[in-house]
Design a protein around this ligand. Structure first.
Ligand SMILES: [Mn+2]
Length: 288
């Protein structure tokens, strides 16, 4: 198991540059840095090469996550939007490969966050999203990339809310590089049992996010980390465990994540670093 962190922990905008966090993640002892792929296509070739070099120099493995915008939604009823989604993913995956990234996780089959002021068509969105992912899978496979479909809570997505729904979706694609991604924050809302959900995903589990019930760093809240660790070991999970804490208000990130109070005890950057370092030690001990 490798342990990582998603750099928006320190940022207010998804467009924030990931470069400086490569060295920081290494300095804090992480194996993995997860980058937000939302704006990767706007990076210059030279900048992408610089990030790849920094990762190699610091011994950091990069993974990526994305919440596709409504205009790049593979499950849209509008064929032009589905086409834009496909083009977005082809360009993004090509850039991910330049960074040696083998994992992209998130609601790839849909968009995020969902606008629930509009009518919800779960069967239609599921069918179109499945077709979009299944047809994208070979393109990703040729670049050595796994598409990891994140199971989200009901307030953020309607297509995949449980490990069981994730597994059924992934099996239907019939593609070996399409996998299930679980996140303890979402599991805490939707699953009857953390261990059972992890067992349900079993060998199809391709990526794993950790966060507390209130999205503070793992070990600071009340999730059953020993149960979660035992289940990950039981299914022989060998992938990345990436902590995804969100503790600061402000910007597009604070708004999308719905952070309406400072959950960090007004920590400065040094204290944020220390909280991440301590949570990493906790995660290695209890999950690894
Ligand atoms: Mn997540």
């Amino acid at each position: 198991m490798k342990f990582g962190i998603y750099y928006p922990y320190w940022e207010h905008e998804w467009s924030a540059d990931c470069l400086k966090y490569v060295e920081k993640a290494a300095r804090l002892g992480f194996d993995v840095l997860e980058i937000a792929a939302h704006h990767l296509n706007s990076y210059s070739a030279a900048h992408i090469a610089e990030i790849a070099r920094a990762a190699r120099d610091n011994g950091i493995t990069l993974t990526s996550g994305v919440g596709p915008s409504p205009q790049k939604n593979l499950s849209s009823a509008d064929p032009d939007i589905r086409k834009a989604g496909r083009a977005f993913f082809e360009e993004t995956l090509t850039n991910l490969a330049k960074l040696d990234i083998r994992i992209i996780g998130g609601a790839l089959h849909s968009y995020w966050p969902i606008d629930y002021s509009r009518p919800v068509d779960k069967p239609g969105d599921r069918a179109r999203g499945l077709e979009g992912i299944a047809s994208l899978a070979d393109f990703a496979a040729n670049l050595g990339i796994d598409l990891c479909l994140e199971v989200l809570n009901r307030f953020e997505n309607h297509v995949l809310n449980t490990a069981e729904e994730g597994v059924a979706f992934v099996r239907e694609t019939g593609k070996p590089n399409v996998k299930v991604m679980l996140d303890t924050f979402h599991m805490n809302i939707e699953e009857n049992s953390f261990a059972e959900a992890i067992r349900t995903a079993g060998p199809l589990l391709g990526h794993f996010h950790t966060g507390e019930n209130n999205r503070r760093v793992p070990g600071s809240g009340r999730l059953p980390w020993h149960e979660i660790g035992a289940a990950l070991r039981e299914v022989g999970y060998k992938g990345a465990v990436v902590m995804e804490p969100f503790v600061k208000m402000g910007g597009g990130i604070g708004s999308d994540i719905k952070v309406w109070r400072d959950l960090s005890n007004n920590a400065d950057e040094e204290q944020m670093d220390e909280a991440a370092r301590q949570s990493l030690a906790f995660s290695r001990f209890v999950l690894g």
